[in-house]
Design a protein around this ligand. Structure first.
Ligand code: HAM
Length: 441
């Protein structure tokens, strides 16, 4: 029975009391992306398994160990998306977006599924904000994308992150590097895990990303990709660095970043936080110039990144940022009796139609209990509606913070007076915060 009331391992509920920071962060991320010209795309939660095998790569941990794959009732192999890049690439090819003016720029907010060992910052269902750009081979595009990631992190309040960049070469120089890796790991293959021994022939780059501690120790001494780049890749990397320098975006070159997915070419990068333990990579991305063609589209250079929302919230918490607050109720109407309750609904809905947040009694509470409830909701104003108020057509609007109460007509003029009181309240608060700021100087 316990299974019925317990979410599956590695998943979590985001309860109403905790939703405000999510909503604030998501709004800011999408708004920042829009300022860089990225429009939101929404793709299915599941795709054909083959899409991920071909794009993420069938020698990666994600494909080999972590995908939620099943046969559907039509006997198709289906996989819950482990990431957003493959689905977005499939969608832009399917709908012919690459025939439009380039570059095409999309962003997304989505849930991803990976069967990983859960720990702080690592879940089996998690959420990503991502951005993808198709059509530009220029290092200016890499710089633009990294600038977006950097500003997005800054705008949501992340301070303690560092940017690490690397280049992992292209189809011209990669084979030379892979050969160097094969020689290095080949001489040590009896110390590798069985999966990596298999990877040695197929894709030795993946050994650099293995989470097994023995493999990681051997990988630490492996040849570096930066020492094997061709002239074009080197020039591209220099072009990126020059633009990051010009924008004043600090970075370090970390030749050990290879990323855990197969589609990358040239630039790869990660934003890493030191404040949240082992799962400190809050954002990862890079260029994938071969993927669109690999999936059946026209040869199109492309690049992108994704950030893990759960990890970003962990960083904000570790930094001690006060969590974003939800909407506050503007007016609580407390009716006494049936007639008053009917009228209360009329008033509250009038306000809601104007964009205010209004509440009234749904529980048959006593007046005292209603005022306690209004307090708990943090209402800005309250208004008591009894026989007397209904008769005279006038009530008193009480400011729940100052206790001040002023008359308000219940019929004509109700909305205008409420607007005025809200504006006066906002003005008084602004004045107070200016005074406080001046006093602090
Ligand atoms: P990724 O590095 O696999 O890249 O994931 C991106 C981010 O998602 C990570 O940096 C991390 O913040 C978050 N993340 C990954 N796995 C988990 C997990 N199990 N639990 C919580 N958070 C997690 C990609 O997914 C690529 N699609 C990024 C990309 C876009 N590259 C080009 N375009």
């Amino acid at each position: 029975m316990a299974l019925l009331t317990k979410a599956p391992r590695g998943t979590q509920d985001i309860l109403p009391a905790k939703i405000a920071p999510w909503q604030a962060m998501e709004r800011e991320l999408i708004a920042t992306a829009q300022r860089f010209g990225f429009q939101e795309i929404r793709t299915p939660t599941f795709e054909h398994t083959e899409l991920f095998n071909r794009s993420v790569g069938d020698t990666t941990d994600v494909v080999q160990k972590e995908m939620y794959t099943f046969q559907d009732k039509g006997d198709r192999s289906i996989t819950l998306r482990p990431e957003g890049t493959a689905g977005a690439a499939r969608a832009v090819i399917e709908h012919g977006l690459l025939a439009e003016a380039l570059p095409v720029k999309v962003s997304y907010l989505l849930s991803c599924f990976r069967y990983e060992k859960p720990q702080a910052g690592r879940l089996r269902e998690f959420h990503q904000f991502g951005a993808e750009m198709y059509g530009s081979a220029s290092p200016a595009a890499d710089a633009d994308l990294i600038a977006l990631a950097s500003q997005a992190l800054e705008n949501i309040g992340i301070r303690e992150v560092s940017l690490e960049i690397n280049s992992i070469g292209c189809p011209h120089c990669r084979p030379v590097y892979l050969q160097a890796l094969r020689e290095y790991f080949g001489a040590r293959q009896d110390q590798l895990c069985p999966t990596c021994r298999e990877r040695l022939g197929k894709n030795p780059l993946r050994i650099l990303d293995c989470k097994n501690p023995d493999c990681a120790a051997i990988a630490a001494g492996a040849p570096l990709v930066l020492d094997h780049l061709c002239g074009d890749c080197r020039e591209h990397f220099d072009g990126l660095k020059a633009r990051l320098d010009a924008m004043g975006i600090p970075y370090t070159v970390n030749p050990r970043i290879v990323r855990g997915l197969d589609y990358y070419t040239r630039t790869v990068f990660e934003f890493v936080s030191s404040g949240i333990g082992a799962q400190g990579t809050v954002c990862g991305g890079g260029r994938y110039d071969g993927l669109i063609q690999e999936l059946g589209g026209p040869q199109t250079p492309a690049l992108g990144f994704a950030m893990g929302l759960e990890r970003l919230l962990l960083v904000l918490e570790a930094q001690g940022n006060p969590p974003a607050q939800g909407e506050r109720c503007d007016l609580y109407v407390a009716p006494m009796g049936e007639n008053a309750s009917v009228r209360a609904f009329q008033l509250v809905n009038l306000l809601r139609a104007e964009g205010y947040y209004g509440e009234t009694d749904l529980m048959g509470r006593s007046l005292r209990a209603q005022m306690k409830y209004a307090d708990k909701l943090g209402c800005r104003f309250s208004l008591v509606l009894g026989d007397n108020e209904l008769e005279t057509g006038e009530a008193r609007l009480k400011d729940m913070e100052t206790g001040e109460s002023l008359p308000i007509p219940l019929g004509e003029g109700f909305l205008e007076e409420f607007d005025r009181r809200m504006a006066a309240r906002a003005y008084a608060q602004l004045e107070q915060s200016i005074q406080e700021e001046l006093a602090g100087e």
